[in-house]
Design a protein around this ligand. Structure first.
Ligand SMILES: *Cc1c(COP(=O)(O)O)cnc(C)c1O
Length: 379
């Protein structure tokens, strides 16, 4: 039997055996009283973890569905939308919005940097936007948005619905949905929550619920807030069949988060990310994201000039670790290393050691430097 590989990509992330076990129970009817109770509790717990009182939707789908759900429930044709993009996933909103005949303005940063807050302010000052989007962590660049500053600015423009794509952040990067006045925060199961793929998660505040109401009939059905809201408050009702086993997995993931404590979890992500980034740089590799905007959930690493991407990733996989390829103009020039969810120090040590072995196989000297720097940094 081939040994298992560590899947250190920006989603899916390694799934804890407790979560897999919780999902392996025999599937029950979705009206089963115990299941209904589990579903209800998980919604309540998620609201507490993400600091929001109003609505939490947990439905079958991937992160992209949650993005679409946010747009569908807050816009109508000809609305003005401002997209703040830090890479490929920020840009994903563009086509989605153009297809819905929205007037799209985009503010994008060069890959590795964030959009200057002054530029966002200028835009909001000069034009009334119905909606604005920002990607908390863009997985293509490893850039974390300056969400605190954007949310502070947005507090002067509360008529604009603020959608935050936290798909690669939720459960790993700190966020307080109500306190920060985020109108919609979206995430999904297979990234920092550490579940298999399959769940789209969306938090919506009162302004968002009112906005949806003001739209009247919308042309979407599956992702309509008004179809799901009754179920999220009473999961014995039916709209679409809930993914029973994934909900149990989510319940276990939430239990793990509660045991660790969400603040401790955020701090763990930060501490390990800083140490990993130091270790990577100690190997002489370059990190795509500027130092002031690096994510705690993943790191995008540029190769030395002459390293062949495929050869590096294939060799690394032989050494037991899978990383993801670079996207866009960084395809072939970088790899993406996920370090989020329920991973431990041991997972990271194994990953860094495998990266060192790979570099040595390719003719470079590593000499345990990444491991040493990582372990020293987390002391
Ligand atoms: C992964 C990701 C998505 C897309 O999620 P899927 O589950 O692949 O549909 C959207 N936004 C960000 C920031 C992501 O990292």
């Amino acid at each position: 039997m081939k040994p298992n590989k560590l899947v250190m990509i920006p989603g899916p992330t390694p799934v804890h055996s407790r979560i897999l076990e919780a999902m392996s129970h025999e599937t029950v009817a979705f009206k089963d009283a115990n299941f209904v109770n589990d579903y209800k509790n998980v919604i309540t717990d998620l609201k507490t973890i993400f600091d929001t009182k109003k609505e939490c939707f947990v439905i079958s789908g991937s992160g992209t569905l949650a993005m679409e759900m946010a747009i569908a429930n807050s816009t109508k044709a000809n609305d003005n939308i401002l997209i703040i993009s830090h890479g490929y996933f920020g840009d994903r909103f563009i086509e989605m919005c153009e297809k819905r005949q929205l007037n799209v303005d985009v503010l994008s940063a060069p890959w590795g940097e964030t959009v200057d807050i002054k530029k966002i302010e200028e835009k909001l000052k000069t034009k009334k936007y119905d909606v604005m989007t920002v990607t908390h962590v863009d997985t293509s660049t490893g850039v974390k948005a300056n969400l605190d500053a954007i949310c502070e600015l947005h507090k002067q423009y509360l008529d604009t619905i603020l959608i935050v794509d936290g798909v690669c952040a939720g459960g790993g990067e700190s966020v307080y949905v109500d306190k920060m006045e985020i109108d919609m925060y979206i995430t999904c199961s297979q990234k920092a929550l550490g579940l298999p793929p399959g769940l789209a998660i969306l938090f919506a505040n009162g302004r968002s619920v009112n906005k949806r109401k003001s739209l009247g009939n919308i042309s979407d059905s599956y992702i309509d807030f008004e179809k799901w809201s009754p179920i999220m408050h009473d999961p014995s009702k039916y709209w679409g069949t809930p993914p029973v086993n994934l909900i149990w997995g989510l319940a276990e993931a939430v239990r793990i988060i509660k045991e660790e404590g969400i603040e401790t979890r955020y701090k763990r992500h930060e501490k390990y990310a800083k140490a990993i980034q130091k270790a990577i740089e100690a190997l002489g590799l370059t990190i795509l994201a500027n130092k002031d905007c690096r994510a705690n959930t993943l790191t995008n690493v540029l190769y030395f000039d002459n390293i062949d991407d495929l050869k590096f990733r294939t060799t690394l996989a032989d050494e037991g670790v899978v990383v993801a390829a670079g996207l866009g103009e960084y395809s072939g020039k970088a790899f993406r290393l996920g370090h989020m969810g329920n991973i431990s120090k041991h997972t990271i040590v194994s990953t860094l050691a495998a990266i060192e072995r790979t570099l040595e196989k390719l003719g470079y000297k590593a000499n345990g430097i990444a491991l040493k720097v990582f372990l020293d940094s987390i002391k």
